[in-house]
Design a protein around this ligand. Structure first.
Ligand SMILES: *[C@@H]1O[C@H](CO)[C@@H](O)[C@H](O)[C@H]1NC(C)=O
Ligand SMILES: *[C@@H]1O[C@H](CO)[C@@H](O)[C@H](O)[C@H]1NC(C)=O
Ligand SMILES: *[C@@H]1O[C@H](CO)[C@@H](O)[C@H](O)[C@H]1NC(C)=O
Ligand SMILES: *[C@@H]1O[C@H](CO)[C@@H](O)[C@H](O)[C@H]1NC(C)=O
Length: 284
């Protein structure tokens, strides 16, 4: 028996202990397991990974473990098991309860292979909403569908028009589809922003895009791309950001025949890109 909480040294340690038969890693913050992590544990019979944050089980993670009879993966964040997880089928006791299962087209192959396995009762759908609470085993493969992404709206939901430099601009790229599409926003600079990329432009999974402290150079075309296993689609939004220099004029000319009302006033900013403002006065 062996338990472990310092994950940084896990790999090294496992390499040094090839005779381990039980490994307990429950209640850690594990979110990712490199395929091959357990590959030299030829005597491993029990592997407990419950109550972690594992979201993806990659092909090969539990292969080459000839004696593995019990694998505990309950209470994690696994959404989908695809055809790359055949190795689970040969383990006698697999626990998969309380994961946020997404019952869509990605699960068709797994659904067909799991028939008769003990864990088939553990897979209770969280999404899509119409299948919430149902067991995967009770759903016909034909009902495990992926719906093409659609962009319902892509628009600015705050701010003045035109946008002023320095403002925080919030956009909404409202998407639908099964599974929920991933959003990529291509900025006028050509750079992409996603849920993973940090910085001044953030993208949330629900399609809210926040651009802090926008600059005039960020004027231009914003493209929202929604993509999922069901397909992809995109929408455009043009944003014009007015340079702040235009609000602080450097010179005012008052012109007109002497001793009568002016006929025009020109307000001009310091840089050539900022718009100038003109007032015309009719002579009385
Ligand atoms: C998954 O890994 C096994 C070996 O562990 C390999 O035989 C199989 O081709 C892999 N499947 C895919 C879809 O990559
Ligand atoms: C941005 O994303 C689009 C769509 O995924 C892709 O075609 C393009 O190459 C990406 N651009 C950069 C700079 O990564
Ligand atoms: C906004 O951007 C300007 C120019 O890029 C910078 O000088 C300023 O400190 C920024 N303000 C904030 C709150 O990030
Ligand atoms: C978005 O803009 C690009 C570049 O101007 C254009 O090729 C594309 O057709 C536009 N897409 C939509 C959905 O309007």
């Amino acid at each position: 028996m062996f338990s472990f909480s310092n994950l940084k040294r896990l790999l090294v340690l496992l390499l040094m202990l090839p005779k381990l038969s039980e490994v307990y890693l429950a209640y850690n913050q594990i979110n990712h397991i490199e395929p091959g992590t357990f590959s030299n544990l030829l005597n491993l019979r029990l592997l407990n990974l419950e109550n972690n944050k594992i979201s993806i089980v990659q092909n090969g993670t539990f292969s080459n473990l000839p004696k593995l009879a019990t694998l505990l993966l309950s209470n994690n964040q696994i959404t989908v098991l695809s055809e790359y997880t055949d190795e689970l089928m040969s383990i006698a006791n697999v626990y998969l309860k309380n994961n946020p299962w997404q019952c869509d087209c990605r699960m068709v192959s797994f659904r067909q292979k799991m028939v008769g396995k003990r864990f088939e009762d553990h897979i209770i759908c969280e999404e899509p909403s119409r299948l919430f609470g149902q067991k995967l085993k009770d759903i016909e493969p034909d009902d495990l569908i992926c719906d093409e992404p659609q962009i319902v709206t892509f628009k600015m939901i705050n701010g003045n028009r035109p946008v002023l430099e320095g403002e925080t601009v919030i956009l909404n790229c409202d998407v639908s589809g099964i599974p929920t599409p991933d959003i990529t926003v291509t900025l006028p600079s050509g750079r992409n922003a996603t849920v993973e990329s940090g910085g001044r432009v953030t993208v949330e999974a629900n399609g809210i895009i926040t651009i802090e402290n926008i600059t005039a150079t960020e004027s231009g075309l914003y493209v929202c791309l929604a993509a999922s296993p069901g397909g992809s689609t995109s929408a455009n939004l043009s944003i014009y950001v007015q340079g702040s220099s235009s609000v602080s004029p450097t010179s005012i000319y008052v012109q007109g025949p002497s001793s009568v009302s002016p006929t025009s006033i020109h307000v001009q900013g310091p840089s050539s890109v900022s718009p100038s403002i003109s007032f015309g006065f009719e002579q009385l």
